[in-house]
Design a protein around this ligand. Structure first.
Ligand SMILES: [Zn+2]
Ligand SMILES: [Zn+2]
Length: 187
């Protein structure tokens, strides 16, 4: 039986700093839908929104991929939460623009950030930036965070807390739902 003292409420300052609240998540998903509507109206393709995940990790803020004809958008929750103004709308527009180019030109050889992509970015009213503007200090802090989930939301734990959990010395409990936090390793 694990000692009761190993279960601690998650430190509250870690609770929200690096994770997206439901409102911001919804804002991103709504923005994605708006960009698809705009592009679809302009280019005449189907505005269907592909699967959206917030499971991207590391330095990459966003990713659009197509596999066997199925598109997927992935975003980095920790980066979005740390500097939302750097990614909303820029990173969101960047990735949807890749999707729009694909829907217009198919898997033909079009330069990823070429004229076609830049034209979609202009349509979205977003500067066609290829890299995101996260300052090195913020990036270093984000890369130090480890993503956890409970029954109701995600949490970020710093290196020290993560070490405690991995060694089985301590477990953290969500202050909202009371469930134990489970580590989400990079996929
Ligand atoms: Zn790109
Ligand atoms: Zn919870």
């Amino acid at each position: 039986m694990p000692a009761k003292s190993r279960y601690k409420p998650v430190p509250s300052n870690r609770n929200t700093a690096y994770t997206l609240d439901a409102e911001t998540r919804l804002e991103v998903v709504t923005l994605i839908g708006d960009f698809y509507e705009t592009a679809a109206r302009h280019f005449g393709f189907c505005p269907e929104v592909p699967e959206v995940r917030f499971d991207l990790r590391g330095r990459t803020a966003g990713q659009w991929r197509v596999q066997r004809g199925v598109e997927r958008l992935r975003f980095n929750e920790l980066l979005f939460a740390a500097t939302p103004e750097a990614h909303i709308p820029d990173t969101v527009a960047h990735e949807v623009a890749h999707s729009a180019v694909y829907r217009c030109y198919g898997p033909k050889k079009v330069r990823p950030h070429g004229r076609e992509w830049q034209r979609v970015m202009a349509l979205f009213g977003v500067e066609p930036r290829v890299t995101h503007r996260t300052c090195p200090e913020t990036l270093a802090r984000v890369l130090d965070q480890h993503l956890y989930r409970c029954a109701c939301r995600s949490h970020a734990l710093g290196p020290r807390q993560h070490r405690h959990v991995r060694k089985g010395q301590r477990h953290y409990l969500c202050r909202a739902c009371g469930e134990r936090l489970v580590w989400v390793p990079e996929s």
